[in-house]
Design a binder for this molecule. Sequence first.
Ligand SMILES: [Zn+2]
Length: 406
Amino acid sequence: MTIEDAQRRSSGATVDTVAETGVDSTVAQQRNTALAGAVPAGARVRPEHARRHNRALVLQTLYRANGLSRADLAREVGLTRVTISDLVSDFLDEGLVIDLGIRPDARPGKPATLLDINRTGFSIVGLDLSNSAVFRGVVTDLDGVVVERAEVSVGGTRGQEAVDAVFALLEDLIGRATAPIIGVGIGSPGIVDLDGTVVSAPNLGWTEVPLQHLVAERFKLPTQVANDANMAAQGERSFGGASTDMMLIRVGRGVGSGVVVGGNLVYGSGFAAGEIGHVVVGTDGGEKCACGKSGCLEVWLSSPRLEQVVAEHGDEAREAALREAGERLGISLAPIVAALNLGEVVLAGPHNLLAGPLLEGTAETLRSRTMAELHGNLTLRMTTLGRDIVVLGAVVMVLTGQLGVS
Ligand SMILES: [Zn+2]
């Protein structure tokens, strides 16, 4: 994620929206005094905007480094020493930045004091609601290092009961946090709009559930709710080292994806960008899908279907069936990869099913269906973040929204 993205997310517009939706003034105030922020796109730059922008720049530079002096910061950020000292002094007062002591390598002149962002001094709570059997949650530090874990069983839980399960899990995790919490991030299945309202999540029986507003109001904490695959894409960008033009495919009970172009998540006209699970692959039919169509990507690629394939076939037939599922994925991805000129496609889901013949089938199909001269540099790989990918993405969204860093 880029600073621009951070700016958009932590812009004043967010504050207005929160105030309008009736979140009580404490929360609105918390957002107003969010630890950093930036300039709303297209706004005239006023002194307070410039200051918020500079705060985010300094924090981002410290976050991605490993101890910098004020002089290093001035050089890297391109601000004067006086401005940097001023900002740093505020950060030290707020506890957001800590003094690491004198730089160990003795250089000529006055020894420099190294500064770092206070990585373990604050907590972030991240939730993943995408599993049909359990809601999972973590408490992390600012580096995304998990310090607490909890989960709650939700098999068949729907509607308000599912909202209550989210509340219960949050109460548990918030109670365990030993450092001040800067925010809560929640990855939900289904379509989620930019205000964190779950427009539609059929598996949870949710329609127009303003989850972000409900959580922010109940816990008086800055909260961000987004689609689980979009969260996963954010997690892969920040903690998985993915490129600025990438697609993250999540394979589970269904198939979803998050698309990042130029470092920014693509949401689409109805917040459903990346929802490729019910796109029919090819013109040769296929099994009937729960949605009523035949041959949707999901009937080829969902985990239950792949598990069935593995259970029913001998070694050779199993490999062929997995490869075919990978080919179907390649067929559906080729036009997307070409249209957006993506540099990377990352798969997240059951490693034993996806890595191997399936991934190879996808790679070969992508190669044979796109122009090597234009798209030959495409990387196709499995995520390295494992099953924490969504909660880590939620952590990134909070970091970006509250501190302007990623
Ligand atoms: Zn379908």
